[in-house]
Structure formats: C-alpha cells, structure tokens
Design a protein around this ligand. Structure first.
Ligand SMILES: [Zn+2]
Length: 491
C-alpha cells in the first residue's frame, strides 16, 4: 500500500514526532507476534465514513481525515487546486478566526500536518486524549464551512508560489517527478503533479475555489479515522454531534480514463543550469496499487535498487563506480502506476554509460530472475516493515483510512502482509518480463550543461532527499525513495 510518503506527496506542515507509542512491543522477525489491530467502522447518514481504533496504551489520540480528492481530480487548466486547498483549509472557518488552527492545536499540546498527492488529501491532529473534542470540532468546522475569501486565497497564493520555487524550480532534479509524470503518465489526469501550475492558481477566481470546495470536501467524500485513548461509545456520540449535522453533498465526480500499460516509451533530456551531475531515470508504466501484480513489482524494485545489497547498487556504485546513487521505486496509484530506476552519475561518467549499465541489469533479471537469497531477503524486509510500522496511533489511523478508501477493505491493516508472502519467486521474473519492456521504457535524462571554457566542473552533489520530516511509510508502502521536495510549513 502506498500512504503519504511517496515522492509526489507534498507534506506541507512540519510536525514533531508523535508522542504516542502503542506500548505493544515488536521485535526481531524471530519474535514477531502481530497482534490484530481492532477497529469498528460505520457510515453517518451524511456519508461520512468513520473508523475507530480504541487503544489505551498512552493518553493520546490521532484524528485523521482523508478526503478522496487529489491532483487527478483537477481540470487540466486548473492544476494545483487540491494542494492549494490543503493550505487554504488552515485559514479558519465561520467559527475559527484566521490563523488560529495551529495555535489551538499547539496550545493544547498537540501537533498537526496535512498532505496532498495524486489521489488524496489528508489532515491530521495528534493530541493528548483530553483534547479529543478540540480535534473533532476543528475538523468538523473545516468540513462544514472553511473560510474561502480573497484574503486567504491571496495569502496562500504567495505561500504556494514560494513552495514551488523552493522545492521544484530551484532545486537540482527538483522537476524530476513533474517531468516524469508528463512523460510516462501523459494522456491521463496524472500527467501533472500536485504542486500544479502557478499560472492556474493565479487565474482562478474565488468562485472556482468555492466550487471546488463544494464538490470535494464533503462528508460523503471523507473518511474520519480516530485512533487512541477514548471510549468507543463516547466518541461515537461526539462524532454524531460534531459531524452529523453537516449536509450530504452531491455524488462526487471521478475521473474516467482508460489506463493502457503497453504503450511505446519516449525520452526527454531536461537541461537545467543547476544540474551538478548527470542523472538518468528509466521508468515503465505499471498496474494500479490494488492490482495483484503490485506486490511482486514492489518486491522486484526492492531487489533491484533498495539498499546497499541491491543489484544496481552493487553494480553501478560499488563495482563500476559509475554512479553515486541509485534507487528504484514503484509509484502505484489508484488508477495508474509506474515503476522506475534513478541513478546519479559520478563526475565524468556519461549518461550513455549509466543507461547501458541499468539496461544490462534489467535484462539480466528478465533473463534469469532473482536468486532464492534475494527473494527471502525481500520477504523478510516486508515482515519487518509490517512488524515495525504500527507503533503510533498516527500510523494506525492513517493506514486504516487508506485501506478503506483505496482497497475497500479496512482489515487489510491486519492481512496485507499475507499478499506479499503469497508472491512466488518466479512472479518477480514474470513481472520483470511483462512490465520492464524495451519498447515501454520512458527515459528521462539530466545532462550536465557544458561549462564555459576555463571553468571548473560543478561540485558533486547528491540528489535532494527528504529531510526526515515526512512520516515513515506504512507497511506495504509502494513508495519512491527518489528525490522529493522538502516539506514546507503550511503557515
Ligand atoms: Zn504546500
């Protein structure tokens, strides 16, 4: 499963680590006993889906609201709206003065964050459990009547423009995923990334923003997941009080398109002055996240280029000393998907050399598959991930909501590991042959611009990395560890 930490997710408010540990020990894989995560779920009459995980290990709660709207719901001439709303919904509401949401939450000893990706927008609060009502009240205010006025829109326009300049335009390889989406996902509503285009945010009228809010930020397009120290019967009554009066909206429009995997690949060179080292990305179209092949594809990309014992790392970085970094990623989405390999070359290495080495390794895995040792290691990694990823109420609330919305099965929080463990070694070779085809490769290259005569070559640099403020991926995260925009503060 792919939660919020994927490369195309923008996490905009920096939150401190959650104070809530479940107190349920996990351990090495020899001692793992995955205790089922209990929950109840139901719908309010207005369509709000509610998931409750009562857990008294620590006096904290997480309230997590997932709106099923992301950048793929935007009009091509109004991109960036979902992410813009992620910011706008911190402005306040009919009953919350402008700029007070973070003050209320931090004043109560909590923290908050929000993020947007192609498929969803989420908001959460981590709070001491005696502040549960505060969290529910703020989220109900945002859902009922967020403040959408000229002052707020203009303020957030400037914030988002600065975010775009800093994280995308002025950062080496900062355009990588925007370019990749434009190339590999072309012809679909995934061909633009959540940050969107500033010209459209500038052009949009206040009425267009209000219309977007009325279309998507509805109880019948939202899931409220609360985890932590509360009594289920009591919180049910509170949720009915706070959210029950919000009117149900119209049915939510969903983008419809035909996702084709077997299309010819294309290539593009991105020439930017701030490219310090040559870099290349090979990507292929793949299945959406709920397809059974998502599991072997994710395990395959781990074996190819996750960690120092991976094939591409050993070959490109250690043996040939051609690359500084190499990473692979699955970016499997609600209605489309791609997998890819990204390498940054050492000074003096040509893009042709890098491309050749990557191609040889891909050809090898198609021809010979993976070894038993690699396969076992990949299974062990998944078991460790599942054993270690649900230590906080936040991780639980988030995954419960995502499994409900995107898989239609909230209980996958307890069972998805079995899907990984059901993958057979030969499946990895099969998906390599089926998806990583020669004809279907999308090639994105960042050449180093020629230096003026007499000037030293640019200093070596790593591609930008997450600064660690983003939440850790949940188990089964089909996420991309390649360059990602740094999180920025919402307010
Ligand atoms: Zn942002």
């Amino acid at each position: 499963m792919k939660p919020v930490a994927l490369v195309t997710t923008i996490a905009c408010a920096i939150a401190l680590p959650v104070l809530a540990d479940t107190g349920e020990a996990t351990g090495s894989k020899d001692t793992i006993h995955l205790k089922p995560i209990q929950f109840v779920e139901y719908d309010l009459p207005n369509g709000l889906h509610v998931i409750l995980h009562e857990n008294h290990a620590a006096p904290v709660i997480t309230s997590y609201v997932l709106y099923h709207v992301g950048s793929k719901n935007e009009r091509p001439d109004r991109t960036g709206f979902a992410h813009f709303f992620e910011h706008l919904m911190f402005e306040g509401s009919d009953n919350i003065p402008r700029g007070k949401i973070d003050k209320y939450i931090s004043g109560a000893g909590g923290n908050l964050n929000a993020s947007t990706n192609f498929d969803q927008t989420d908001y959460y609060f981590n709070l001491p459990s005696n502040q549960l009502k505060l969290g529910l009240w703020i989220e109900s205010e945002r859902m009922m009547h967020s403040k959408i006025d000229e002052t707020g829109v203009e303020t957030q326009r400037q914030v988002v423009k600065e975010e775009r300049r800093r994280s995308y335009d002025n950062q080496p390889y900062g355009s990588l995923f925007e370019e990749l989406a434009g190339l590999c996902l072309k012809g679909t509503p995934y061909e633009w990334v959540p940050i969107g285009s500033m010209q459209y945010i500038d052009k949009a009228t206040i009425d267009e923003f209000r219309q977007f809010y009325k279309t998507y930020y509805l109880p019948n397009n939202a899931t409220l997941s609360v985890a932590g120290d509360f009594k289920t019967d009591e919180i049910k009554a509170l949720i009915a009080d706070y959210f029950g009066t919000i009117p149900k909206g119209s049915d939510v429009p969903r983008p419809a398109f035909d996702w084709k995997i077997n299309v010819p690949g294309t290539s593009k060179d991105v020439v930017k002055d701030n490219t310090p080292l040559p870099a290349t990305l090979h990507a292929w179209r793949a299945v959406p996240e709920t397809n059974p092949d998502a599991y072997p594809l994710e395990m395959l990309t781990n074996i190819l280029a996750t960690g120092r014992s991976s094939r591409l790392y050993k070959r490109l970085v250690e043996k040939e000393q051609a690359a500084l970094e190499v990473e692979a990623f699955p970016e499997l989405l609600e209605q489309a998907g791609m997998v890819g390999v990204f390498a940054t070359g050492q000074n003096g290495v040509t893009l042709e050399q890098l491309d050749q080495l990557i191609t040889e390794e891909i050809d090898d895995v198609k021809k010979s598959g993976v070894t038993e040792e690699e396969f076992q290691k990949s299974r062990n990694q998944k078991e460790d991930e599942f054993a270690n990823s649900y230590g906080t109420m936040h991780a639980r609330a988030q995954s419960l909501a995502r499994y409900h919305v995107f898989y239609g099965d909230t209980n996958l929080i307890n069972t998805e590991l079995n899907r990984y463990l059901a993958v057979k070694r030969e499946d990895l070779q099969r998906v390599a042959q089926q998806y990583l085809t020669k004809e279907g490769v999308f090639l994105l290259r960042y050449p180093v611009p020629a230096a003026p005569a007499g000037e030293a070559p640019p200093p070596g640099a790593h591609p930008p990395k997450s600064d660690g403020n983003q939440p850790a991926p949940a188990p089964g995260a089909k996420t991309a560890p390649v360059p990602q925009p740094a999180p920025s503060k919402t307010k």
